[in-house]
Design a protein around this ligand. Structure first.
Ligand code: HEM
Length: 419
């Protein structure tokens, strides 16, 4: 029988693994390592539900390779209508509407605009001696998402606030976590504003000739290929999927730069190593630490047979450090071969925004290493971790840094008016 996490003989310094414990969400790596080495398949029970937890690379990839046996679908779909919690045929029907906007080529076309904007914004950030770099990144990501969807970029932060509310509701609906009616009402109100805004802008895009995601949604809606609920929920999906994850990635990169000045010196001397630094950060500390699946029928994985309708949690953050796939996997080493990491998922649901996230991170680091003399953690202000929601995100909501510019490095490129 597969043991429950609280039946395992944990060492004294590690509390038994709890899937929904906020203190573990903040830093789960010691738990994941211990599980991988001692109980790679285990179970966790909460509120009458059993969860099957997989921590080894081979098992994680095996599950992601079998979407017909391990379903992404969830009853919360009826309200959230998001393609990441759908299976075929609905999932490919929705994904094909937005996928063309996220190809490496489509994303590369945004690069110049993104570079100019980041250059100006980062110069202002630097002028102030630094600040909350994670929130800076969230704004940057939200503006890029607005651009790619066709939403007004000056409303980016408002959309982010509403998408955060929507993801709290999604967290409640997918985890079954109770909320007071007052809190739920606040989050519902934010979620509703986002849905209304999406419908408003899709209707406006119908009259435009520009090829944006909004316009494609309008056309698909008119043709009956997509429902009103699916149209309105697209914004929530893309903002929730895109801005927190990128926020975390950038926070992790700057935390590393601040930990040892040698990183900044090395990246400034060898800017061609920046993509490798970012990809290793994506592997080492994935923003989305785990994914949810449900078995369709009885199925065997890693030598264990699961019943139909079993709730499965696959731990990407553990798979990425599995020694069998990544030697010295616990060590951050930008010179390693990161291929095969699962931080952007794998297979039919693999992240559509991966190229955009990489482009934003690379552009910001390119600019930062040119301009920065040094970067340090601002110890007068506490970093704030992300907790709650679906419990799947691991990383920082806020990271305060102090920065010193290189002499004469400010405002190398002036932003044209209107960007
Ligand atoms: C560091 C940044 C990011 C990370 C680590 C990340 C991670 C992931 C992962 C692991 C999945 C797979 C979900 C599953 O299989 O159930 C996923 C899917 C998705 N991501 Fe990302 N993501 C990032 C950035 C973005 C961005 C910038 C966007 C959009 C602008 C985005 C939009 C999406 C969407 C829409 C899906 C659902 C795809 C589907 O179900 O077919 N992500 N992401």
């Amino acid at each position: 029988m597969v043991p429950y996490t609280d039946e395992l003989s944990w060492p004294d310094h590690i509390a038994p693994f709890d899937l929904f414990d906020a203190s573990i969400q903040i830093d789960p790596y010691a738990h994941y390592r211990w599980l991988r080495e001692n109980a790679p398949i285990t179970r966790f029970s909460a509120a009458g539900t059993d969860y099957w937890i997989f921590t080894r690379y081979d098992d994680v990839v095996s599950i992601l390779r079998q979407p017909k046996k391990f379903s992404s679908s969830h009853p919360a779909n009826a309200v959230h209508a998001a393609m990441n919690i759908m299976d075929a045929p609905d999932h490919p029907r929705l994904r094909q509407i937005i996928a063309p906007s996220f190809t490496p080529k489509a994303v590369a076309a945004l690069e110049e605009g993104i570079r100019i904007k980041i250059n100006t914004d980062f110069a202002c950030f630097l002028d102030e001696g630094g600040g909350d770099i994670a929130t800076f990144a969230a704004k940057m990501a939200a503006e890029a998402i607005c651009q790619i969807i066709g939403l007004p970029t000056n409303s980016a932060l408002e959309f982010v606030g509403w998408a955060d509310d929507a993801s709290q509701i999604l967290g409640r609906d997918t985890r079954g976590v109770p909320m007071t009616s007052e809190v739920a009402a606040k989050f519902e109100s934010g979620r509703q504003k986002l849905l209304d805004a999406m419908l408003y802008h899709v209707n406006r895009a119908r009259r435009s000739s520009e090829d944006t995601i909004l316009r494609r949604l309008a056309v698909a809606w008119d043709e009956g290929a997509i429902s009103e609920l699916e149209v309105s929920n697209f914004g929530a999906l893309i903002f929730s999927g895109g801005h927190s994850t990128t926020r975390i990635l950038i926070g992790n990169c700057f935390a590393m730069l601040a930990s040892d000045s040698a990183w900044l010196d090395r990246l400034a001397a060898e800017p061609e190593s920046i993509p490798g630094f970012i990809e290793e950060m994506v592997r080492w500390k994935p923003s989305t630490s785990r994914l949810r699946r449900t078995t369709v029928d009885e199925v065997t994985v890693g030598g264990v047979t699961l019943p139909a309708n079993a709730h499965v949690r696959i731990i990407l953050a553990s798979a990425n450090r599995d020694e069998a796939k990544f030697p010295n996997g616990e060590v951050f080493d930008p010179s390693r071969d990161t291929s095969g990491h699962v931080s952007f998922g794998y297979g039919v649901h693999a992240c559509v925004g991966a190229w955009l996230a990489r482009l934003e991170a690379r552009t910001l680091l390119d600019i930062a290493v040119q301009k920065l003399k040094d970067v340090r953690l601002d110890h007068t202000r506490q970093a704030i971790p992300i907790v709650g929601g679906t419990g799947d995100l691991v990383g920082l909501k806020s990271l305060f840094v102090s920065m010193t510019p290189k002499a004469g490095s400010q405002n190398l490129i002036a932003a044209p008016q209107g960007i």
